[in-house]
Ligand binder design. Structure first.
Ligand code: GTP
Ligand code: SPV
Ligand code: MN
Length: 588
């Protein structure tokens, strides 16, 4: 246990507020973690799975009203409302503290307070940051122990420093009417009450590593982004790194772990995973942009994960993994979800714990936002640079979303500033990762709409400033869309491993090795430059999904103009200029 005065003072405050019966300091030792797993199994909080087939694996079910992030109950409590901006919910900080402390007061009575010291990023890395989360949930402790670097080592590195982030989580009664996920960027404070679900309660993840960190990044000159990081190794053994921002449940984990098509793997191409959800990026000594993954595990979407779509993710879940809200197969005590295979169990319990027969039931067995929490080190293609304290140099940044129409398979921005514009106009169909309607197109700039901890107008400005700092060493910026639909509603592009064909074009563009066609929105590949070898896919269809329809884009431009109005005079002039140029090019 630490002797850090600022930490001890806050823990005393928390004890007085929450009145736990007992305080347990998480040291990260296997013995302590194992004892907690056993305790959670004894109360039913966890179900121990078949230890021969799934060693170290457990199942957890949340309350049925508590299955996803709650964007309408997520608040940025900056002192000034303007600093939260038009895209965030805001509460006045003193009022918010009072409301939250009133809700949490006494709620640990008869319970244990767990104190989790954790590092986002390799322990001791100059890019890493430290947090403390107090929680009354063993599920949170065990998940944080997979998702972050936890324990005594972290406290040693922190020493007496006051530079750490406070996180208070209280389950209370899981009352959705009193559920609040609040961030106080100016105080380095996060408070989450009345939830027990993933992104709402694993406070190192979206709350710290994106909402608080994006604000710190603005103040300190770096970037916290909702991005995967992957390395592409060519047959000569050279590795180039790219990062990619797609909204929740739009393919980051899948792209991060992809296995290239056979023709490529035979020739020696490989993909290495550095991260699947969050990137912290900073200018390095060589002037390039360097990225670390602040996380230590994957909190991945289960449905759709299978041996074909993402074998590396599936393999990652074979040991030491916690499954949340999936099907329990009662015959062999293993788990199942939609899209795992074509053999749903007949003798099973669905995600709610009710009897479920996969052959006859019309209802889904797993929740669409059911998840696995797996250690990153389980991943067969984890990068050798995963723990590298200075991270990896980024050659390209890729934006992308789920668009049935309009957005081509891939295009490149004209330059950094145009790339910031491309990120700012991202739009995507909503998914089950957050509560609310699914399949509605909404603007989600840089996939950060739910995660930007300050005024998004200032966030755009920060992107332009980073472009200036990086100059001609800045990564090239691209946009992709794997999700174009045909008239029958089927995905046109095969996606998954075949996305490597697009990554190859992106890398070639970065190296200046391939030409492109200039369109109103940017540079689009010549169809013959996307390698279709070994794929049953016609070049004409490829041409279709690469085409830029100026009429559709003119409508898009109107939507962008409407969206930009939200930001008032916080909209950087560069973006207004970019929009005007786009319109001009479209009218030609
Ligand atoms: P979060 O963890 O919520 O941030 O999601 P994510 O961005 O990591 O998304 P993930 O990779 O888990 O994919 C979400 C869903 O999209 C899954 O159902 C996938 O099967 C599907 N998906 C991923 N990549 C592709 C693709 O290339 N094509 C198609 N059609 N679907 C994909
Ligand atoms: C997302 O929704 O983007 C996730 C899952 O990665 S959660 O941690 O719940 O935010
Ligand atoms: Mn995510």
């Amino acid at each position: 246990m630490t002797t850090n005065k600022s930490v001890l003072a806050w823990i005393d405050e928390m004890k007085a507020l929450l009145t736990p019966d007992k305080v347990v300091w998480i040291d990260g030792s296997e013995a302590q973690i194992e004892a907690l797993r056993a305790e959670a199994c004894s109360t039913g909080e966890l179900i121990k799975l078949n230890q021969e087939k799934l060693p170290g694996c457990y199942l957890h079910r949340t309350k049925v009203n508590d299955v996803a992030r709650v964007e309408d109950r997520t608040f940025i409590c900056s002192r000034k409302e303007e600093d939260a901006g038009p895209t965030n919910n805001w509460k006045e900080p003193q009022e918010a503290y009072k409301m939250l402390f009133d809700i949490a007061r006494g709620s640990y009575k008869g319970r244990t307070m767990y104190v989790i010291p954790y590092s986002m990023g390799p322990v001791g890395s100059p890019l890493a940051k430290i947090g403390y989360e107090v929680t009354d949930s063993i599920y949170v402790v065990l998940n944080m122990n997979i998702m972050t670097r936890v324990g005594a080592e972290v406290e040693k590195v922190l020493g007496d420093s006051e530079d750490w982030i406070k996180g208070l989580h209280a389950k209370c009664d899981i009352d959705p009417e009193k559920r609040y996920i609040c961030h106080f960027p100016e105080d380095n404070y996060i408070i989450s009450v009345n939830s027990g679900y993933g992104g709402n309660v694993l406070l190192g993840k979206k709350c710290f590593a994106l909402r608080i960190a994006s604000y710190l990044g603005k103040c300190e000159g770096w970037m916290a982004e909702h991005m995967l990081i992957l390395g592409i190794e060519n047959p000569q053994g050279e590795v180039k790194y790219v990062s990619a921002a797609f909204p929740s449940a739009c393919g980051k984990t899948n792209l991060a772990m992809l296995i290239p098509p056979e023709g490529y793997t035979k020739n020696g191409y490989k993909v290495w995973t550095v991260g699947d959800d969050i990137a912290w990026m900073r200018k390095g000594e060589d002037g390039r942009l360097w990225a670390i993954n602040p996380e230590y595990g994957f909190f991945g979407v289960a449905p759709g994960t299978n041996v074909k779509s993402n074998p590396n993710a599936l393999q990652s879940t074979k040991k030491d993994t916690i499954f949340t809200n999936v099907v329990l197969n009662l015959d062999d005590n293993t788990v199942w979800w939609e899209g795992l295979d074509k053999n749903p169990p007949e003798n099973a319990l669905n995600w709610k714990g009710e009897p479920w027969n996969g052959k006859t039931s019309t209802e889904k067995g797993a929740h669409p936002n059911s998840r696995f929490t797996a250690p990153a080190k389980n991943c067969p293609c984890i990068s050798s640079e995963f723990d590298a304290v200075s991270g990896v140099p980024i050659s390209a940044i890729i934006f992308g979303g789920r668009r049935a129409q309009t957005t081509p398979l891939v295009y490149q921005s004209r330059d950094w500033d145009n790339g910031v514009f491309v990120g700012s106009i991202m739009a995507s169909e909503t998914t089950a990762a957050a509560t609310g309607a699914v399949g509605v197109v909404r603007r989600d700039p840089m996939a950060m709409l739910p995660f930007c901890g300050y005024n998004m107008g200032d966030y755009f400005k920060h992107w332009f400033e980073m472009g200036e700092v990086l100059g001609d060493k800045a990564p090239k910026i691209f946009n992709v869309n794997w999700f174009r639909l045909d008239e029958d509603g089927n995905f046109i592009w095969p996606g998954f491993g075949d996305n490597f064909r697009v990554l190859e074009w992106i890398i070639k563009r970065c190296e200046g090795k391939v030409d492109a066609d200039e369109t109103a929105i940017g540079y689009v590949p010549k169809a013959e430059d996307i390698n279709l070898e070994g794929l049953d896919f016609s070049i004409d269809t490829l041409r279709d999904i690469l085409a830029v329809d100026n009429d559709l884009w003119s409508k898009e431009a109107e939507g962008i103009e409407e969206f930009y109005k939200k930001f008032g005079d916080k909209l950087p002039k560069e973006l207004a200029d970019q929009l005007a140029s786009l319109k001009e090019r479209l009218s030609k």
